[in-house]
Design a protein around this ligand. Sequence first.
Ligand code: F6P
Length: 374
Amino acid sequence: MSTIRKIGVLTGGGDAPGLNGVIRALVKSAILDHNLKVVGFNDGFSGMVGMKTRDLGLDDVRGILPRGGTILGTTNRGNPFEFVERLADGTERVFDASGVVEQNFRRLGLDALVVIGGDGTLAIADRLMRENGIPVVGVPKTIDNDLAATDRTFGFATAVEVATDALDRLHTTAESHHRIMLLEVMGREAGWIALHSGIAGGADVILIPEIPFDMEAVIAKVWARQNRGTSFSIIVVAEGARARDGEQVFSSVDPVTGWKRLGGISYQLAPILQEKTGLEVRVTVLGHIQRGGSPCAADRILATQLGAEAARLVMEEKFGHMVALRGETIEAVPLEQAINRLKLVDPDGQLVRNARSLGLVFGDEDPEAILDSE
Ligand code: F6P
């Protein structure tokens, strides 16, 4: 007979479509199947520091499955070990608030904490368990699909759908105007969104962080298409991509946490392409549209599975673990296996290889060979 009676849940880091699906499945399963009480913390770990809580009952999760975002709110500035507090005079101070988190966890009479987040949030959960004795169960989340130890993260399929739809739309206008269209997508250090949407959207060039590119190869692909009578090209650029002789491009740096936000590389590529090809170039940076809105069916199903299995892990007291998709089933994986290990695109993998076999260019090819091949 389990002694678990009451659990807490929070969502941390950037949001992803499907978060509400996890919350709904966790709450329903916790109440209906395991007879638990559930308390939600608002805005990630900062809700644990500031005791911003709400009880979560069946009525609170009704109708949220198709909703994007998270009903609990989130932040990527909520690390309790380096908590950023805004003072009355507008300045900010950073201090260790992990003791406050532990105190509040105990004050609420919680037996376990379910943490839904990406690598950073799960690393914090792991540390809270080790250093503060908070029993945690993790649920991996990110549109970037870059977490090791799980085959897929929810939010990724939706982001790929959105980016593919954008490519379909860019295709028709590119063709009409004989332009080069650059679509910049998210993904941080991983090129998964760019690779999948680029293939699904029939792109001509895909630039990803895992394959540093040479501008000459990109230009050769555009010329090759021109020589064949196709006067437009579609290029997908992952925000983390970089030229062989260049650096990644950042759009901002958080002054307190030092967090560097990727973005803007396509604005650097556009004038070079325009000059070297003589074609007009337009840039679309898809941004947070990839993260917003309703999750697709695949993400809703994955989110539901993860939420229900997270409740089961809690009941089995498998703390320090996260739920992970392995093949077709959800398994428990130790948190330490999941954090600090990115899952990146394999440049020699099957997907890249097959894309190359269709003439898709990744920017590391010999420009002469590209020109000869079309
Ligand atoms: O990790 C998810 C993600 O959307 C990345 O793809 C992107 O680089 C980052 O978050 C953007 O962060 P923010 O929402 O803080 O702008």
